[in-house]
Design a protein around this ligand. Structure first.
Ligand code: AMP
Length: 284
């Protein structure tokens, strides 16, 4: 496995792979890697792509300086894990390498899918993500790019960004990897103690309760919110949305939808989401 720090070396590697007929499988991450990240790398391998993992804690997507300072970083185990999961190369650029001239004058902004939910709770977050993802895609060149459904709104935004700007990537969304107890794997989970972890299980319990019997959108919203609150999660949002537009579904809606959840546990903002089949509330 190759370890690269500079944009120049990465661009040259990607170009060389492309010219030899290989497809890069780009896996953008912020490090503190776990099996969720591993699933993206393994999926790239299964697809016959050459996995290039980027590890970059992008300051531009943090609206809260203390959140950025607390974000876990541990390069040595990350590199060992990437190798074990089958990465061909890992790119760990410095902040200066990625954003040499600050404040950066160029911002990429995707409207529509970004305004609610994480966008409302974290001003500037999605502009930071869209800007860095555009830069990663521009450096690497056309490739497959792997993103987790864990960050469902981010995935929707990246798909839109790629389509609108014809960036030439094939965006692959991968299912959420969970611990045995149901907690969605997240780099932020290490910031929770045993009690916080127990509280955070309210997310997966809420999703389970939402799907255990057919319910209307309103019922799902109420059941999930009650589950989160009774667990002790400080709820940011609990909404039932159209999986493509991320617009909240109408009370009459029937069919597949996505439940999006966010809340704070021990000062740590956590998100989760899952599929749900909605029955119409008409006639209730
Ligand atoms: P992050 O390092 O948190 O920015 O995440 C990097 C990529 O890994 C994103 O595409 C995430 O959606 C994805 N990811 C993070 N956690 C999980 C998980 N539990 N299951 C699947 N993908 C994940």
């Amino acid at each position: 496995m190759i370890h690269i720090n500079t944009i120049e070396e990465w661009r040259a590697l990607a170009a060389q792979l492309r010219s030899s007929g290989q497809t890069v499988g780009l896996v953008p991450t912020m490090g503190a890697l776990h099996e969720g990240h591993g699933s993206l790398i393994r999926r790239a391998v299964d697809d016959g792509a050459v996995p290039i993992v980027t590890i970059f804690v992008n300051p531009r997507q943090f609206n809260d300086a203390s959140d950025l300072a607390a974000y876990p970083r541990d390069e040595a185990p990350d590199l060992a894990n990437c190798e074990a999961w089958g990465a061909a190369a890992v790119v760990t650029p410095s902040v200066h390498e990625m954003w040499p001239t600050t404040p950066t004058a160029t911002t990429v902004s995707v409207t529509g899918v970004t305004e609610r939910f994480e966008g409302a709770g974290r001003p500037g977050h999605f502009d930071g993500v869209a800007s860095v993802v555009t830069k990663l895609f521009a450096i690497n060149g056309p490739a497959r790019a792997y993103f987790g459904e864990k960050d469902f709104q981010q995935l929707a935004m990246v798909r839109r960004l790629n389509d609108d700007l014809s960036l030439g990537m094939t965006i692959v969304g991968c299912p959420i990897v969970r611990d045995e107890d149901g907690l969605a794997l997240s780099s932020r989970n290490v910031l929770l103690d045993a009690e916080g972890r127990h509280v955070a299980l309210g997310f997966s319990r809420g999703l389970r309760e939402a799907t255990e019997q057919p319910r209307s959108a309103g019922d799902v919203r109420a059941v999930v919110r009650a589950s989160l609150e009774s667990s002790g999660i400080d709820v940011a949002y609990a909404e039932v949305v159209d999986p493509l537009s991320l617009e909240p579904v109408t009370p009459e809606y029937a069919g597949t939808a996505r439940v999006l959840l966010a809340g704070v546990v021990q000062g740590v903002r956590l998100i989760d989401n899952g599929d749900v089949t909605i029955v119409s509330s008409e006639g209730e």
